[in-house]
Design a protein around this ligand. Structure first.
Ligand code: FES
Length: 87
């Protein structure tokens, strides 16, 4: 598990292994835009404020992934214990 911090409210959520970042945010009343939920379309792309994403999508290019400034929250996870997102 890792922790996602919603930077706009400062709220913190633990993301367990069996749930996506997007579903944890939704469960907590934070609206997220989703479409394919498979890392293909890029609809759920979210700005990363701090932390290191574990990219699992095929939407961003390798160069974009290396910048670690955006994450597809439908399927990607976190390499750092904490991931701060612009939500
Ligand atoms: Fe399509 Fe996340 S919803 S990439």
């Amino acid at each position: 598990p890792f922790t996602v911090v919603a930077s706009r409210s400062g709220r913190r959520f633990v993301v367990p292994g069996d749930k996506s970042i997007a579903s944890v945010l939704e469960e907590n009343g934070i609206c997220v835009e989703l479409s394919c939920e498979q890392g293909i379309c890029g609809t759920c792309l979210t700005r990363v404020v701090a932390g290191r994403p574990e990219h699992r999508d095929s939407f961003q290019t390798d160069a974009e992934k290396q910048r670690n400034d955006r994450i597809t929250i439908c399927c990607s996870r976190s390499l750092s214990e904490e991931l701060v997102l612009d939500v």
